[in-house]
Write a protein that binds this ligand. Structure first.
Ligand SMILES: Nc1ncnc2c1ncn2[C@@H]1O[C@H](COP(=O)(O)OP(=O)(O)OP(=O)(O)O)[C@@H](O)[C@H]1O
Ligand SMILES: N[C@@H](CCO)C(=O)O
Length: 324
């Protein structure tokens, strides 16, 4: 029997980067950049979308978060047709930082909490992957840390790896958007056995290196032949960044998810931050691409419920949390 929490729930979900280079659709990592979702039963459905990143999203029952919440209620046999949904996000949309996965995970997690959490984390993962199709993003947003995942079309198996402590992440986020569907259209339907073997080997070494804290192996391991070469024309300057960033202080570089964001893994104890940041910005600028950079950490936790204070709006809450 489900218990509906009429005062509502508030959750925070980390962004994610998928693939980490060779681990196409299988390796992901949660990042210290977040979105927040608040959900309450209501007399009629209403949305409060805060901040620039959510501009233009639908504010009716066609919104992804509403649709996903209803799928949780249907699965649990609960009827809550009208919802008050508030969202704030620091995760830019359609840039390869898992905005859709964070929205799906936030909606699943909040809706499940709203009815007393009848669905297990593993059920939420299966539902999230069925919606997003990429376990690398949703797994990282749900569980945090580094995740390696496989999906058979129904069930996802996932293992979580604790990120090496000194690992830092620099992202260069271009101004333009690139949808995952467009970035998948350019991929070949078939690849050669030698390219498949190349990626299996590099993904295995990268996963083991991350699990063992062998940062010295990351540069050699973060190489890919399955998706980045085909996506390179969509992000001019990307190949130069992938090939040369290690000379400017990166341990390894990759297209983040389906792009266009570029991501560099960095040893936080090794310095050279400004040089690397300048290199990424300059290469993109030489191709007329404006980008902003952010220094992030791997996020070690996934979606979390937060204390709900009904006297303050989600926006006040987030402002307080970010300032604290
Ligand atoms: N908070 C949200 N509420 C509703 N819809 C959202 C929300 N966040 C993202 N979306 C939907 O997800 C789309 C972006 O998904 P897409 O998979 O193309 O990019 P991404 O998830 O940001 O990047 P990637 O999957 O490569 O990491 C947006 O255009 C929007 O339709
Ligand atoms: N693994 C997916 C991530 C997209 O979010 C891809 O690269 O297309």
């Amino acid at each position: 029997m489900s218990m509906i929490r009429s005062s509502g729930v508030r959750v925070r979900v980390p962004a994610s980067t998928a693939n980490l280079g060779p681990g196409f659709d299988t390796l992901g990592m949660a990042l210290s950049l977040y979105s927040w979702v608040e959900m309450k039963p209501a007399a009629s459905t209403v949305f409060h979308l805060y901040g620039d990143n959510l501009e233009g999203l639908p504010q009716d029952k066609s919104n992804l978060v509403y649709i996903v919440a209803q799928s949780v209620f249907a699965e649990a046999g609960v009827d809550i047709p009208e919802l008050e949904i508030s969202m704030y996000s620091d995760i830019p949309l359609t840039r390869g930082l898992g905005s859709s996965a964070s929205a799906i995970v936030g909606a699943l997690y909040a809706a499940n909490a709203l009815i007393g959490s009848p669905l297990s984390a593993s059920k939420l993962l299966d539902m999230a992957v069925a919606l997003e199709h990429h376990p690398d993003n949703v797994g990282a947003s749900l569980y945090g840390g580094i995740i390696t995942a496989v999906w058979d079309g129904v069930h996802a198996d996932i293992l979580r790896i604790e990120p090496p402590e000194q690992l830092e992440v620099l992202v260069a986020i271009p101004e333009f958007q690139l949808s995952t569907s467009k970035a998948r259209e350019v991929l070949p339907k078939q690849v050669s056995l030698s390219d498949a073997v190349y990626n299996v080997g590099h993904t295995s070494i990268l996963t083991a290196a991350l699990a063992m804290g062998r940062l010295d192996l990351i540069s050699a391991a973060m190489r890919d032949r399955l998706h980045q070469p085909y996506r390179a024309p969509l992000v001019p300057g990307m190949m130069q960044i992938l090939e040369e960033a290690s000379q400017h202080g990166a341990l390894g570089t990759a297209l983040s998810g389906a792009g266009p964001t570029l991501l560099a893994l960095v040893d936080g104890q090794a310095g050279k931050r400004e040089q690397l940041e300048g290199f990424l910005i300059e290469v993109l600028k030489s191709h007329d691409i404006s980008a902003r950079t952010l220094w992030l950490k791997p996020c070690t936790y996934g979606a979390q419920e937060l204390t709900m204070d009904n006297d303050s709006s989600l926006l006040d809450y987030v402002r307080g949390e970010v300032k604290a």
